[in-house]
Design a binder for this molecule. Structure first.
Ligand code: NAD
Ligand code: MG
Length: 421
């Protein structure tokens, strides 16, 4: 099976490699492509994808992996009736941190009838904010000491230090540890002793949306995982937590700490942020260096992205393509910008995630006071596209003031906090 896949994939890729007249273009000849070639590519493409769907080759990073068995198993998804809130009855849940995720978890759980305490540094600006929302607030150490479940919602780079100093020494015997991202457990920066259940409820959306959806009677989907299950009761506890968060209204997909961490890092660095952000930035430079007006360039390579992403969110790549002109579609299919070389770079980035070298580079820099991170924030905060961005965004009535909205304040806050710590 595996050999078959490799073979199909290689043929497909070889085919794609010579796609769209890139070679011809690079050799300085005409870049026009024979339309019948285009049809062949589509047929091949379609066939390849059908085969990929028929038999998925899962790696040991998937929760459904069984050695030597090609799995056809669909992802396991739990919904509202699969979670039992009574599992949390008589239990105290400490939410550590009150940022993007922290405020959403604390408020949603509280509104679902769970006994919640928020753990914060006494000097934190969030103390008053959390109290205003009617929540009980204590120091991290005190909140942990009385909790049966401790959800750690601090920035990933500070979790290990806070865990060592305030969480580990105060954790009740058998108390569960929970996370919204697998980073610290997966890379071993936090190593809880074996008697503590360890689970993950990771929302696939920002905290402010997790809260907004909950108050609207809906939920943001989560991925869930159990890393340590000393008492055999960790899965029901994990699903009860996901239900209290409102997430089972949308669905919880089973994963592992390894799968969640590695795919999450890959997505953000190679597609959603590192991919798209650099693409917009570079597109802007290409147009303006070719003498086009920056204002026009901004519209074409940045502004319209949102509308396409909305369509993609509703109906996938097909809906986004369907809604565009045939001209746009044809240009999309035949574009030579993203090449086999890009795929190789992605695979290289993925290797660095899998072998821990990305995590090590990030954490080592953070531990040294984040000199490289701060320098990069400075450098990328002043890219050329952002010099025209604010002026143009002000032209859209629905955008007015959005540059100063809560999320942006949080981001500036993040920069400020990094500089302080
Ligand atoms: P955040 O930066 O918004 O908030 C962190 C909170 O921790 C703040 O209240 C801050 O004051 C507090 N804090 C910082 N340092 C502290 C310290 N030393 N001691 C005590 N408190 C401290 O963080 P976030 O974005 O909500 O991320 C929290 C976790 O959720 C991370 O593991 C992240 O990967 C995960 N996550 C985030 C999102 C998201 O959209 N933001 C989505 C899914 C998962
Ligand atoms: Mg993510």
């Amino acid at each position: 099976q595996e050999r078959y896949h490799d073979c199909a994939a290689t043929n497909f890729l070889r085919f794609r490699g010579s796609l769209c007249g890139l070679d011809t273009y690079q050799n300085g000849r005409s870049g026009r492509m024979d339309p019948s070639l285009q049809d062949k590519i589509h047929a091949r493409n379609h066939e390849f994808h059908l085969r990929m769907v028929e038999t998925r080759t899962l790696s040991k990073r998937s929760p459904h992996y069984t050695k030597g068995v090609p799995s056809t198993m669909a992802a396991q998804i739990w919904y509202e009736n699969d979670g039992d809130l009574s599992v949390l009855e008589g239990k105290k849940v400490a939410i550590i941190g009150y940022g993007s995720q922290g405020h959403a978890h604390a408020l949603n759980l509280r509104d679902s009838g769970v006994d919640v305490v928020v753990g914060l540094r006494p000097t934190s600006k969030s103390v008053d904010f959390a109290k205003e929302q009617g929540l009980e607030v204590k120091s991290v150490a005190d909140a942990v000491a009385e909790a049966d479940v401790v959800m750690i919602l601090l920035p990933d780079q500070y979790q290990a230090a806070v865990y060592k100093k305030d969480v580990e020494p105060n954790l009740k015997p058998g108390a569960a540890l929970a996370f919204a991202h697998g980073f610290n457990i997966h890379y071993g920066y936090i190593k809880p002793s074996e008697d503590h259940p360890v689970f993950m409820v990771a929302p696939k959306g920002p905290g402010h949306i997790v809260r907004r959806e909950y108050t609207n009677g809906r939920g943001v989907p989560v991925v869930v995982a159990v890393e340590q299950d000393p008492d055999g009761k960790t899965w029901p506890l994990c699903l009860a937590y996901a239900k209290a968060l409102g997430a089972l209204r949308a669905g919880a997909i089973k994963t592992t700490f390894t799968e969640e961490t590695e795919t999450d890092l890959f997505g953000e660095q190679d597609v959603l942020m590192g991919g798209i952000n650099h693409l917009c930035d570079m597109g802007f430079d290409v147009l303006t260096e070719a003498g086009y007006q920056p204002e026009i360039a901004y519209f074409e390579v940045c502004h319209e992205l949102k509308m396409l992403v909305d369509l993609m969110n509703e109906g996938g790549l097909n809906k986004a393509r369907w809604s565009c002109s045939d001209t746009a579609q044809y240009g999309d299919y035949t574009s030579t910008v993203i090449t086999e070389e890009t795929k190789k770079r992605m695979q290289y980035q993925l290797k660095r995630i899998q072998d821990g070298s990305f995590a090590k580079e990030f954490i080592d820099d953070q531990d040294a006071g984040a000199p490289k991170f701060k320098q990069l924030q400075e450098e990328y905060g002043n890219v050329r596209i952002e010099t025209v961005g604010p002026k143009l965004r002000a032209m859209f009535s629905w955008n007015n003031g959005k540059d100063e909205d809560a999320d942006m304040a949080t981001f500036n806050g993040k920069i400020a906090r990094t500089q302080v710590q």
